[in-house]
Design a binder for this molecule. Structure first.
Ligand code: NAP
Length: 279
């Protein structure tokens, strides 16, 4: 069966193209959208992610303010940094790169981000708003998954979506967003007893597990749409791509699927937040 490869680079480019004029209008009004990224410690993958996000900002004319704190930083010191950014009118979005060193209270740090600047949807208020259906800035990876479905006009209403993973930044919010679009949603996790049987029921599969090649080809119902949010060492997704694409009608590759769209949604949310300061 011929299947559709859901090209994240194409989707990301369309999102970025839509921002160029908005950024230039903001600048005409004296506002340069600005995303502040905070990196704590020197985890090489986190450093790469933050660099990629900063570079992507600059390419569309968004200012990138990069704050790099030593790994010994205490929770209180991180909270002070976040407070300064909350108070800085020139900053429109704040991204605290996850994970922070284990001695830091990450949840407390996320909660300290002003809801108006929570462009990565990490606060509990942001999550609650997303679940209620009026959130301005859902987490960027869930938002990216919805954007891919929208770009390729894949129907959601009435479909059975099975999400594997229930993390606060990915599995839970993407389940909420799919439910808001009238999918029937099953959210699976490490205690789900009959995972393969659950996935076999899915019209839409979202893999958000954090385990390489975890989703097996024979779990995929013929014609299902498969979205792989996983990003494991060596650029490997959570879906066994070659095996799963046999039955899938459409599938995201890794790399080049959900990842690039996630970054473009972060840029979009930053521009949205900057525009909010004009009204
Ligand atoms: P996480 O916080 O570690 O959550 C993983 C989830 O998978 C948990 O809910 C866990 O269940 C579930 N799980 C673990 N083992 C399982 C099993 N054997 N069967 C069923 N469920 C299982 O990870 P995350 O932050 O959500 O990230 C998930 C993946 O997405 C990772 O590969 C990450 O790198 C990737 N990611 C990608 C992007 C992007 O931009 N593309 C952004 C963020 C994350 P429990 O809740 O029961 O423990």
């Amino acid at each position: 069966m011929e299947n559709l490869i859901l090209d994240g680079k194409l989707v990301a480019q369309s999102v970025k193209d839509s921002l160029v004029e908005r950024v230039s209008k903001l600048k005409q009004n004296g506002v340069t959208p600005c995303l502040a990224t905070i990196l704590v410690g020197d985890d090489p993958s986190s450093e790469t992610y933050v660099k990629m996000k900063g570079n992507a900002c600059e390419k569309v004319g968004i200012q990138s303010m990069r704050i790099h704190l030593p790994k010994e930083t205490k929770t209180e010191e991180l909270l002070e940094t976040i407070q300064k950014l909350n108070d800085d009118e020139g900053v429109h979005g704040i991204l605290l790169q996850h994970p922070v060193p284990s001695h830091i209270d990450e949840r407390k740090a996320f909660e300290a981000i002003d809801i108006r600047k929570d462009v990565d949807g990490v606060t509990s208020i942001g999550y609650g708003q997303t679940a209620f259906g009026f959130g301005q800035y859902p987490s960027c990876t869930p938002a990216a998954i919805m954007k891919i479905l929208d770009y390729y006009q894949i129907p959601i209403e009435g479909k059975h979506a099975v999400v594997i993973g229930r993390s606060p930044i990915l599995g839970k919010p993407v389940s909420a967003l799919l439910l808001n679009e009238n999918a029937t949603v099953t959210t699976c996790h490490s205690r789900t007893t009959n995972l393969a049987e659950m996935v076999k029921l899915a019209d839409i599969v979202v893999a958000a597990v954090g385990k390489p090649n975890f989703i097996q080809g024979d779990w995929i119902k013929k014609g299902a749409v498969v979205l792989d949010a996983g990003y494991n060492k060596g650029n490997i997704g959570d879906v066994d791509y070659e095996a799963c694409r046999i039955n899938a009608s459409a599938i995201t590759p890794v790399p080049g699927g959900v990842g690039p769209v996630t970054i473009s949604m972060l840029l979009k949310h930053t521009v949205d937040a900057a525009e909010e300061t004009l009204v």
